[in-house]
Every structure is written in structure tokens, then in C-alpha cells.
Design a protein around this ligand. Sequence first.
Ligand code: FE2
Ligand code: FE2
Length: 200
Amino acid sequence: MTDYEYPAALTHDLSREELLNHLQNRLDDARFQHCLRVEEAARQLATRFHADVDRAGLAGLFHDYAKQVPIADYKRVIMEDGFDPALLQYGRGVWHGMVGTWFIQTEVGLTDRLVLQAIERHTTGDPAMTLLDQIIFVADFIEPARTLDAEVAARAAALTDMRQATFIELKNTLQYLIANNKIVYPKTLLTFNAFIPKEG
Ligand SMILES: [Fe+2]
Ligand SMILES: [Fe+2]
């Protein structure tokens, strides 16, 4: 794994060592290693599709920063910090994107709007996902430890077509949620609709 350094403007002068310390304070080793792989995958995709490699890498690195924040802490932040109370009916799978960025801003101090947006959108998707947003969404799904059929298919699609790779992931996510009687965040369905390949 390469020790990438990020521009001071994106990290507010935090060194890589300081960034990794923040991650390790919040994540067990398996999740931390996943974040390093997503960082690498995101940088590769950004290079391939001419997106911002530093923003992609930093967003990939921090995308799951809040994945293991205790549920009680999430509920408190949702109720006390201006989030829609309707979010309470979802779980950490949704929260660690859109509420996760609250923890990243508060505890790490990252503020870059585009980095935070990509992290925000990585759990639910968004019909207006930018290329950078799609890169983080897909990098999470195709990092090298992912080997399911849909993950392999998305990895192949991501060689040439990020919208197609995003669509494969959205379809897989919705199929999984429905098959397991799990609640669907409505925006994920809207995102699926927006990413259906155009015919002809
Ligand atoms: Fe995640
Ligand atoms: Fe992840």
C-alpha cells in the first residue's frame, strides 16, 4: 500500500500519519484495511476517468470513517444536530454516509465540500451523483477483496463506463435489500431509476 500524501488544502495540514490515526481510532483493523483498499481503487478510477485523484483518494480513505460509531451516538446526533428525524428509521448502513460526514467534520476537521459529498452519497447514492461520487460509490464495491458476481461485473464495467458500473451496484444493492426484507432508502430507488441505461 502506498503512503499517499494529500494537499494541505484538503486536509487542513494533517499528515498522512495523523489521518490514519483518526481512522484507526474509529475502525477495527479489517475495516481500516478496507478503507486503504478503497483509497487505492478510487485513485485508480480517478486516474482512468480523469477525475481529481487527490479528492478521490481522500474520500475513499475516509468513506467508512463512521461505520462503527455506536448507534446511540448516531441517534443523538440525528436528534440534536439538525438532521431529518425520519432518518431514525434507517440504520448505520445509511447513516455512515450522510451522518458520517458530521463525525468526519467534527472529529477530523475535513471540510472539502466535494470530498464530503462523495462520502455522503456512498451509502444511498443520489440521482445527481457526479463522476467523483460515482468513483467512491464504485471503488467501495470493486476493491480487490470483493469477489461476488455483481462485484466482478462492476469491476469489468468500470474499465470503460462508470455509469454502468454504478448501475450494476445499485441493482445489486436493491436486490439484496428486498430479498432480505430490509428497508430501502427512497433516494436509492430514485438513483437506480436515474442510472438505468438508455436504450438505443
Ligand atoms: Fe460504507
Ligand atoms: Fe466501504
